[in-house]
Design a protein around this ligand. Structure first.
Ligand SMILES: Cc1cc2nc3c(=O)[nH]c(=O)nc-3n(C[C@H](O)[C@H](O)[C@H](O)COP(=O)(O)O)c2cc1C
Length: 366
């Protein structure tokens, strides 16, 4: 049986062993933007997960662009040195390639860590001023951001470039711009959060102006063989929000800026919007983007079973699948998916005595 999920894939110049990607997942555990031993353990573990590519969590371009006090950044030399140490060790542990998501939190910044509460930092917890397309809070209990100025745009664009250069120096194999989940770039794209009356608000073309300018600034600093992608929203899941039609238009515009791949996620534009709960809820949107924008496409969202992931790739609905929470639940998900689908996956020599052979006698007895 040959598996589509376990077939190799070439993204720009990057050779991926299969179509499985560990989705970026904030750990809220950094020290002033610096990765530490938690990240070393977490990423070292995922280097051996069977996923061809592991995308490191949202890593922020300026200190005030972090989501929480525990979020990672690449805004100074200490951040870069700390992440370089972690990545050097994580790479030694396994065979996965590593990408990194470069981000700015916008109006969802200055937040508590999720386990501290689902709202903004309170007075006394060192909150900071946030900024967004329009001065509208994310929800009840959130800060009112100030409106982004042209000077902010220029600073943030330059910061995206500088953080990307730091990531490239560390040796990341892929770069992903975070343009989803209600953070700064998506906040500009969505009519729900962007009420501007200048050239950055109103029509979709205007709302895309600033996010596209980030892609345009970053593209020239990323060598052509290193994939540069963007995670965008497939739907705001609100009648007044971005739709799958918009996602196709956004993907086309980003492709036009030289972006190599799109990841279709969704949701997160306001505190009270909820994503659908059926497995693979973003898959139909990704399938449209892949077909209509003609760009390598990844998707994510409640993909848990190997057979489901296999079907998405085999049917050509997406080129790659990202899985998030299931990899935290089962850090060898890729090994178990290979076993279920009759495919091969890389394992470190130290663990060579596990795998399908281990299970065969037990299966024979059952
Ligand atoms: C703990 C946690 C942290 C996350 N952090 C990020 C992040 O840094 N960047 C991002 O784009 N998505 C983030 N997400 C969303 C996931 O990447 C993924 O899109 C989402 O969990 C849906 O996929 P799943 O159903 O496979 O978990 C996070 C999700 C979780 C559970």
């Amino acid at each position: 049986m040959s598996s589509a999920l376990f077939s190799p894939y070439k993204l720009a110049g990057l050779e991926l062993a299969n179509r499985i990607v560990v989705s970026p997942m904030c750990q809220y555990s950094g020290d002033d933007g610096c990765a530490n031993d938690w990240h070393l353990m977490h990423l070292g573990m995922l280097a051996n997960s069977g996923a061809a590519l592991v995308v490191v969590e949202a890593t922020h371009v300026e200190r005030s662009g972090r989501i929480t006090h525990g979020c990672l950044g690449l805004y100074n030399d200490d951040n870069e040195a700390a992440l370089a140490r972690v990545m050097q060790s994580a790479r030694r542990a396994g065979t996965a390639k590593f990408g990194i998501q470069i981000a700015h939190s916008g109006r969802k910044g200055s937040a508590q860590r999720p386990w501290e509460g689902p709202t903004a930092l309170k007075a006394g917890s060192d909150p900071w001023e946030t900024m967004a397309a329009s001065p509208i809070p994310f929800g009840d209990g959130w800060h009112t951001p100030r409106e982004v100025t042209e000077a902010d745009m220029e600073r943030v664009r330059n910061a995206f470039v500088a953080s990307t250069q730091r990531a490239l120096r560390i040796g990341f194999d892929a770069i992903e711009l975070h343009m989803a989940h209600g953070y700064l770039a998506h906040g500009f794209m969505s009519p729900v959060s962007n009420k501007r009356t200048d050239q950055y608000g109103g029509s979709l073309e205007n709302r895309l102006r600033f996010p596209l300018s980030i892609a345009r600034a970053v593209r020239p600093v990323v060598p052509k063989d290193i994939p540069l992608g963007a995670r965008i929203t497939g739907s705001d899941w609100r009648p007044d929000g971005l739709t799958p039609d918009d996602a196709v238009a956004i993907a086309k515009a980003l492709k036009n800026e030289g972006i190599d791949f799109i990841c279709i996620s969704s949701g997160g534009v306001t505190a009270d919007t909820r994503n659908p709960t059926e497995p693979g809820y973003n898959v139909p949107i990704a399938a449209r983007v892949k077909k209509e924008a003609g760009i390598p496409t990844r998707t994510v969202g409640l993909i848990v079973r190997p057979e489901h992931a296999e079907e998405i790739v085999a049917q050509g609905e997406a080129d790659m699948v990202s899985l998030g929470r299931v990899f935290l639940d089962d850090p060898h998900w890729g090994w178990h998916a290979a076993k279920a689908l009759g495919a091969e996956v890389a394992r470190p020599p130290q663990y060579a005595r596990v795998g399908p052979k281990l299970w065969a006698p037990a299966a024979a007895k059952a």
